[in-house]
Unconditional design. Structure first.
Length: 326
């Protein structure tokens, strides 16, 4: 089968499309998926550079964390899917290949109104966002959500999910155009941020504070996050693009009774991922069927254009997801 392969860890020039060995036959609760489309994530960039090793049992040099495709074969214990079904889901690696094996609990059926390309842009961002703001953050309808890097894949997903429940959303971005685009998705307030991370004062002045923060930026925003939170507020740490170390004022956390919650999807056990996928299938997929949610696609590349796709993602010019078609 063909797969995106990292010849040497480093720049995008080290990527190639290579013939690799097919996965083994599906057994037990495994499903063999013929991948039609996958999507890029920043984790792919890090893995390509050698900074984000794949978990044990997943390929080091074949990238990809999400996919959409058709069931090619099922193990003898599979009950939810059959050959020919259209499915999408997450994996800890190897999604940018023509075939992959998945546990059936990590798959969901693709709604009829979505193409494979559209479906491939959904799982990683929407499962991550839903799990972060609702499962971990316990966000309620009368609360306010602050999303950093709101124009990113996960940021846009969280924005749409929150607005589907009529929750007020404030978003930050370092790009004014991205904030303007986010208003089309229901963003209530946009804050343009720079190196000084001055959003706390703006939030206090206009809103008094926020209840939940989805932080895809990291260390540079940490102190301002603490200042922005209301009593019993929650920070969900998802990304570290500005660094992973910051000072913590214990008194501030204690006096406000704050919760600081870290989350990552890739390294979780199959059982934990299965629970997140189940909630996604029950609570999020129907919103795509009803068109209350829509895929957030920025650009589509053929798999042979993988180097260009990586360079585009690294440019930070994208708004939404970058999808790869087989």
């Amino acid at each position: 089968m063909k797969a995106v392969y990292v010849k040497e860890f480093g720049g995008a020039e080290n990527l190639e499309i290579r013939e690799v060995e097919n996965p083994p036959r599906a057994a037990g609760k495994e499903v063999l998926v013929n991948v039609k489309a996958s999507a890029l994530n920043r984790a792919d960039l890090l893995q390509r550079k050698g900074f984000y090793p794949a978990p044990k049992g997943f390929p080091e040099r074949i990238l990809g964390l999400e996919f959409a495709g058709e069931v090619a074969e099922t193990g003898e214990e599979v009950t939810d899917f059959k050959t020919g079904d259209r499915v999408f889901g997450i994996t800890a690696g190897g999604a940018q290949a023509e075939f992959l094996l998945s546990d059936e609990s990590l798959l969901a059926g693709i709604p009829e109104n979505l193409s494979f390309t559209e479906a491939a842009s959904i799982p990683e961002a929407f499962i991550t966002a839903h799990d972060a703001i609702f499962t971990n953050g316990a966000l309620k309808e009368n609360e306010t959500l602050l999303i950093h890097a709101v124009g990113s894949g996960v940021g846009l997903a969280a924005l749409q999910l929150a607005k589907a429940r009529n929750i007020k959303v404030i978003g930050t971005s370092r790009t004014a155009d991205k904030l303007e685009e986010c208003r089309k998705f229901g963003l209530d307030e946009g804050i343009l941020t720079g190196e000084d991370a001055n959003f706390a004062g703006i939030i206090k002045e206009k809103n008094g504070g926020v209840d939940v923060i989805l932080d895809l930026v990291g260390a540079a925003y940490f102190q301002a996050n603490l200042e922005s939170l209301n009593l019993k507020g929650r920070i969900i740490l998802v990304g570290t693009t500005s660094g992973s170390k910051a000072e913590l004022n214990f008194s501030q956390v204690m006096s406000k009774r704050l919760k600081i919650i870290g989350t990552v999807l890739r390294s979780r056990s199959t059982q934990e991922k299965a629970e997140a996928t189940r909630k996604f299938a029950e609570e999020v997929v129907p919103l795509f069927e009803s068109r209350a949610l829509k895929p957030n696609i920025d650009k589509i590349f053929k798999i042979e254009e993988i180097r260009t796709a990586h360079e585009y993602l690294e440019s930070n010019a994208s708004f939404g997801k970058i999808v790869l078609e087989f």
